[in-house]
Design a protein around this ligand. Sequence first.
Ligand SMILES: Nc1ncnc2c1ncn2[C@@H]1O[C@H](COP(=O)(O)OP(=O)(O)OP(=O)(O)O)[C@@H](O)[C@H]1O
Length: 583
Amino acid sequence: MSYISEERKEALLRRYGSKGMKQADSAGRRPRGFGGPGGPRGSIDGGKPKNVYGTINRLLAYIGRDKVKIPFVFLCVFGSTLASLGGSYILRPIINNLVLADRTAEEKINNLIMGILIMASIYFVGVICSYLQQKIMIGVSQNALVRIREELFSKIQKLPLRYHDTHAHGDIMSRFTNDLDSVGEMLNNTLSQIFSSVLTLIGTVTLMFITNWILAIVTIVTVPFLAYVGSMIGKQSRKYFMAQQQALGAVNGYIEETVTGQKIIKVFCHEKTTMEEFDFLSDDLRKKQMKAQFFGSIMGPVMGNLSQISYALSASIGGMLCLTSNFDIGGLTIFTNYSRHFSRPVNELSHQMNTIFAALAGAERVFEVMDERSEMVDSSDAIEICSEANRVEGARIIKGEVTLKNVTFGYTPDKVVLKNINLKAKPGQKIAFVGSTGAGKTTVTNLINRFYDIEEGQILIDGIDIKNIKKDSLRANIAMVLQDTHLFSGTVRENIRYGRLDATDEEVITAAKIVSAHSFIERLPDGYDTALEGDGSNLSQGERQLLNIARAAISKAPILILDEATSSIDTRTENTSNGAWTN
Ligand SMILES: Nc1ncnc2c1ncn2[C@@H]1O[C@H](COP(=O)(O)OP(=O)(O)OP(=O)(O)O)[C@@H](O)[C@H]1O
């Protein structure tokens, strides 16, 4: 008996497919496409750059002073391509020397050795050029990538909370991983490869015409046919590859959700349905993968066999020309060699163009984040504040009186969450907000901290409008324990010290004692030096909350905001920690 309906199957593919796409491609899996085993990464999204020239110009700006090295890179590419073409052209006199009847065996051997030495020297110069080109280009691109990555990371720190609320974390992460990866790949290899492919193509065609114009025309005539077949298979391959990525994403997304939701699955006895849904997604992946792999794997052999036809054609016509006219054997050998490799730069160019477009689309997604408006900058006359216990030079000492005057606020213009709110919290006073779910309690705390700015009304600290206080200074004076606990990878001590980086070990212990966390920390295997795993998953929910509160306690901030921070703490510990609070 089937547990899942057709509608549910469709929904599964739709929901998990789009959800898992990013995970699948951020894992770096690449499509098999036209002209090689790996296709462009970003093409999975079908991303096309909107402003090619603008984006290229912006990327060039990140290359900065390294720009002067680029002409040298191109010179090296020019050298290595010329060496590769020229090296094989030397084969012509070498072979002709061997078949000429008017030379002695000794002369032939001497000429052969000389020819081989010249050929080896040319290839050696090519190797040096390739080495230099790679070395310089990798340096240039890595420098540029570091600059982009650092600027993006710094931008993420400056973005207002509103941005994070409206963008999925996975999306932001994929700009760091997937998009930057494709930009890196383009800068590392693709630019110089394109130049090399174009040069190789022009060089090969020229040499083919120089060697024998009749054979050159015969070979070139077959190109449109090869390109047509290649693009047809490529199109199919891309289509099925995208379907495969989507199916892979669906499987990954489903696994992720069921692994994290195992407890709930068991509680509601959904194991069988879950299994059946997974089987369906897995089978869907199998079908799409088979097609994608098939088209991906026939591309090489089909193109190879087709170019053999052109090879055979030029070899036979060339053979006849040798017999009937004065076309030399050496010329025929190098010509067949060129014609065999002739389709390679054509294939590579189309593959490289895809990679470039994917990388530019990736770069645009990165620049999109950089162009977002940062959190509002402090006004030039904004002041700093500090507490008596934590004096800062030049800062105004505050006691911690918080006033909300006629505050009206909504996250979106169409929905007002707080309307005309007035309240006053005096220094030393404890105030609790009680209200139904979604009433706006967390919102009030978000506003005091200036996670969001209000449109109407005023929020004052000791009579100073918070808009006139430097943001960093304001937040340093408000210790906030959020609804969601968050602990960083590190020891218990480091996590508490996150509240004030210059706190001594004694202060860490005092803060833990204040919030009644000391005794449980002592019982941990390494006490304060116990390493916390994955957001503190080796602790209980209440213990995690206590560490978050200790982190707030150590900060010596005159204002403390607890947003349901004690919901998982037993009442006795809650009372002791509340009572012992000294701020
Ligand atoms: N980032 C946001 N973007 C848009 N709307 C939001 C956002 N955060 C909260 N809201 C909405 O604002 C309203 C107030 O939310 P808030 O989190 O302040 O409630 P709360 O009183 O703290 O609720 P709870 O007791 O459940 O924590 C809710 O209707 C909520 O849907």
